[in-house]
Design a protein around this ligand. Structure first.
Ligand code: TMP
Ligand code: ASP
Length: 239
């Protein structure tokens, strides 16, 4: 049972549930890029993201990585634990792409010697600026210990997801994670979907993520469908 709408983001809504400390997270069909400047509604995207994110949170749970995920409760909704979000995004990169290429003049596709973690302050108005641990601490967004915990968890996620995607012929190039506090515990929150990851076909480097939408490279639902199918996930909606 969904209660009142508590929060609306670009891709999701959060509703109250009848259980104290738990919420219903609903995935919208909206696709946005460049901090919301580019926007479209893509039928079936909510279901694809809900299915992929549920599948990944279940995998991570099996691997001992705690998240807010409780259960998938419908085609576009999941039950989650209520979090007080930490406004610091953790990006893990295995291959250079996107903002790091612009910032440091790297060539897209450069394979990094080891996974790199980066921190960004979550603010569309400021275009999610790159920050470090000192900024987070000084401005009260997260403690040094919180950052260390999130970085370590993000790297554990990397080990699991890199192997999971490699097994289906996909390179995990980079991804963004968000965390929040539930009681005294830090849990992985938000979603893990091709909206917040870069995924390249291992043979051809064809993009299988939101870059197809950002750069107008083709149909977003087709490539998300391909990711779901390769993961063995059943999708009801057919374009
Ligand atoms: P970036 O190259 O733009 O910094 O993004 C790195 C990865 O993190 C990419 O897969 C997209 C994802 N990401 C988001 O989904 N939302 C964000 O706000 C940021 C900064 C990154
Ligand atoms: N997540 C941000 C947005 O939807 C940035 C991006 O993905 O390009 O606007």
């Amino acid at each position: 049972m969904r209660g009142i709408l508590l929060y609306e983001g670009k891709g999701k809504q959060l509703y109250a549930s009848e259980t104290e400390g738990e919420l219903i997270q609903l995935f919208k069909d909206d696709a946005t890029a460049f901090d919301g400047i580019k926007h479209d509604v893509i039928a079936g995207k909510g279901e694809l993201n809900c299915a992929i994110s549920s599948f990944i949170f279940e995998k991570l749970h099996t691997a001992g990585i705690a998240s807010h995920y409780v259960a998938r409760t419908g085609s576009i909704e999941m039950r989650v634990k209520q979090l007080s979000m930490i406004p610091v995004e953790v990006v893990v990169r295995n291959i250079a792409a996107g903002s790091i290429c612009k910032r440091l003049g790297l060539e897209e596709g450069l394979v990094l010697d080891r996974p790199l973690t980066e921190l960004f302050y979550k603010s569309d108005a400021l275009h999610d600026p790159l920050i470090n641990t000192e900024h987070a601490e000084l401005f009260g967004w997260a403690t040094r210990e919180d950052i260390a915990f999130m970085r370590e968890a993000a790297l554990k996620v990397n080990t699991e997801l890199t192997a999971m995607f490699a097994a289906i012929g996909i390179k995990l190039v980079d991804y963004k994670l968000e965390f929040g506090k539930h009681g005294g515990q830090i849990l992985l929150g938000d979603e893990i979907t091709p909206d917040g990851c870069r995924l390249w076909d291992a043979e051809t480097n064809r993009k299988l993520d939101k870059d197809v939408f950002r750069r107008d490279l083709g149909g977003l639902s087709e490539v998300y469908h391909e990711v779901a199918t390769r993961l063995g996930i059943e999708i009801a909606y057919q374009a």
